[in-house]
Ligand binder design. Structure first.
Ligand SMILES: [Fe+2]
Length: 288
């Protein structure tokens, strides 16, 4: 059975299509060149043939240059369009991942809202530590998605922490690498992906997955580690109630510099010391 649909031509296959050039343009150019040459020969006789040939060449070169310029303009337009499409696709992918994170959190009632809160607190810390607005934007998104790798961890391991055991803990420890692999294709997050990969590293080198220590741990990961720990400490868990902000900051201070970067902990303490209604309040407003 034959199909009436014509195969679609790719716009990049033909230069004439890409530049918008057509037979009408070619005909007009040829007519123009012939007319100029004829006019020169008519006024100067056969002796003006060199000038006529020169005029034809000028028209031909002008036609080629015009065609190349149109092609380049169109090519630039296509590149801009492709880049815009890629950005839209990435945003869509990130939105999907945000929904996946919500589903992951829904498996454990104690984790609901954790990623969103950590994203906001990480941003506040990054602002305190003089990250640029663009870096803060990117880091906030990376922080919102920092536990996306948990999607690969079986539910019974996540919800049965008391019986998790060494094997279960080993499985949980894979989530930062898995999260990194899930997010790696996202060009817009590339700069802040080390935060996802290394947010469980500790300053004394006892963390995972790589056992990095001190300044070898990217600053973005040290910031995320503090925000992640603070949020975990200040919210209820099956075996304990959430700490107050003051107790949590004191505990983080106690655990630095061995565990957490003192600079990040001090940035957090400054945020928490702000009067009510300012940054602390905004960080947690409406996210439970
Ligand atoms: Fe994590």
């Amino acid at each position: 059975m034959s199909s009436s649909r014509k195969p679609r031509k790719h716009p990049y296959l033909h230069l004439s299509q890409a530049s918008g050039w057509n037979a009408w343009h070619t005909l007009t150019s040829v007519v123009l060149a012939v007319a100029i040459a004829a006019a020169i020969i008519a006024t100067q006789g056969w002796g003006g043939r060199t000038a006529a040939i020169g005029a034809v060449l000028i028209v031909a070169v002008g036609m080629i240059l015009y065609r190349v310029r149109r092609s380049l303009e169109q090519l630039v337009g296509h590149v801009v369009h492709v880049k815009h499409s890629a950005i839209c696709a990435e945003r869509h992918y990130i939105d999907v991942l945000r929904r996946v994170i919500k589903c992951v959190e829904a498996r454990d009632k104690y984790m609901i809202g954790h990623s969103e809160r950590v994203g906001r607190l990480t941003r506040s810390l990054a602002e305190r530590l003089a990250f640029s607005p663009a870096e803060c934007d990117t880091l906030q998104i990376a922080a919102q998605l920092h536990d996306i790798g948990m999607v690969a961890i079986p539910e019974h391991i996540l919800t049965d922490a008391a019986r998790i055991g060494a094997d279960g803990f080993r499985a949980v420890k894979k989530h930062s690498e898995i999260g990194f692999e899930v997010l790696e294709p996202l060009e817009s997050l590339r700069e802040m992906l080390p935060a996802v990969r290394y947010h469980h590293e500790r300053m004394n080198g006892t963390g995972y997955p790589a056992g990095l220590a001190g300044e070898d741990i990217p600053l973005s990961a040290r910031i995320l580690a503090v925000a992640d720990a603070y949020d975990a400490m200040t919210h209820d868990r099956p075996h304990r109630s959430g700490m107050t902000a003051a107790v949590a900051v004191a505990e983080l201070r106690r655990c630095s510099p061995a565990g957490y970067d003192p600079r990040c902990v001090e940035a957090l303490s400054k945020i928490m010391c702000l009067p009510e209604g300012s940054e602390v309040h905004e960080v947690y407003a409406g996210v439970r």
